[in-house]
Write a protein that binds this ligand. Structure first.
Ligand code: SAM
Length: 249
């Protein structure tokens, strides 16, 4: 069982977002548990304030660190949740555009090794830097763009991790052929009808020769990766024959 604890000032944001598809099934089958907590529960002042003006001046507000420290310490304390396990199985993630990029291999590491993941969602100008420096195990970005809050990023991370928890995908092999699993993008998929407005499906896929189909899929994956993500091709493990073929195509 992997437990996610989301810290947010908008817990209602997560209303139905985990009620669909693989994440819903993984929750129903108790592979994962997801809890959204109102950060205000850990404030101590009358107005339950979670943000303040920035030192040094400038626009916007900054999320205060005291409620965040209190919440994380509370949620990860032994006996406070159902989570047993060593500290290395408890990860505390700050969602931030300044973080390291979320990758499939990072998601797989969390899915295989973590028992609890606390996710801190920022708002406004972000979170007091002492949280990144002294509290979290990982500062993670979901891409090179700025969201207005960490909540959509938390949903993305939870979805990506949940589908890699062993057993959460119906078929154990489903994730093996997906994009990024072998450093390449997935091959293109087609279904019926075979012809739509003169747009056809590659003949090889209709002929039923498994070796020929596997060969075509590998080549199609190589080509698509070269066109859409040349950065991945540079790092992929390719045979000399594949490299030569790609140079010509
Ligand atoms: N001032 C910050 C900066 O320029 O780096 C942007 C803060 S953003 C408006 C507010 C919050 O949204 C952040 O604290 C973070 O939690 C979340 N956020 C924004 N973009 C993100 C991204 N690409 N990945 C993960 N979280 C993000």
């Amino acid at each position: 069982m992997l437990r996610f604890d989301i810290l947010t000032i908008f817990p209602e944001f997560f209303g139905a977002v985990f009620d669909y598809g693989i994440v819903r099934r993984a929750r129903a089958a108790a592979f994962v548990e997801i809890h959204a907590h109102d950060l205000r529960a850990w404030t101590t002042d009358k107005h339950r304030i979670t943000d303040d003006r920035p030192f040094g001046g400038g626009d916007g507000m900054v999320m205060k660190l005291e409620p965040i420290f209190a919440a994380v310490e509370d949620l990860t304390r032994v006996g406070s949740s159902d989570v047993e396990g060593s500290n290395s199985q408890k990860r505390v993630v700050l969602l931030s555009p300044q973080g390291r990029s979320l990758t499939q291999s990072f998601a797989a590491d969390l899915a295989m090794n973590a028992k609890q993941i606390v996710l801190i969602c920022g708002r406004y100008e972000g979170v007091d830097e002492r949280v990144a420096a002294h509290l979290v195990t990982d500062e993670i970005s979901i891409g090179d763009y700025v969201l207005s809050g960490g909540e959509p990023a938390a949903v993305v991370l939870i979805d990506a991790v949940t589908r890699l928890v062993p057993g959460a995908l119906g078929s154990e092999t489903s994730a093996v052929n997906e994009s990024f699993s072998d450093g390449l993008l997935d091959f293109p998929h087609y279904t019926r009808p075979p012809v739509f407005r003169e747009m056809t499906v590659p003949d090889v896929l209709l002929e039923g020769h498994h070796a020929a189909i596997a060969h075509w899929r590998r080549r199609a994956a190589l080509l698509k990766t070269k066109r859409n993500r040349p950065d991945l091709i540079e790092r992929a493990a390719l045979t000399e024959e594949e490299k030569a073929w790609l140079d010509e195509n």
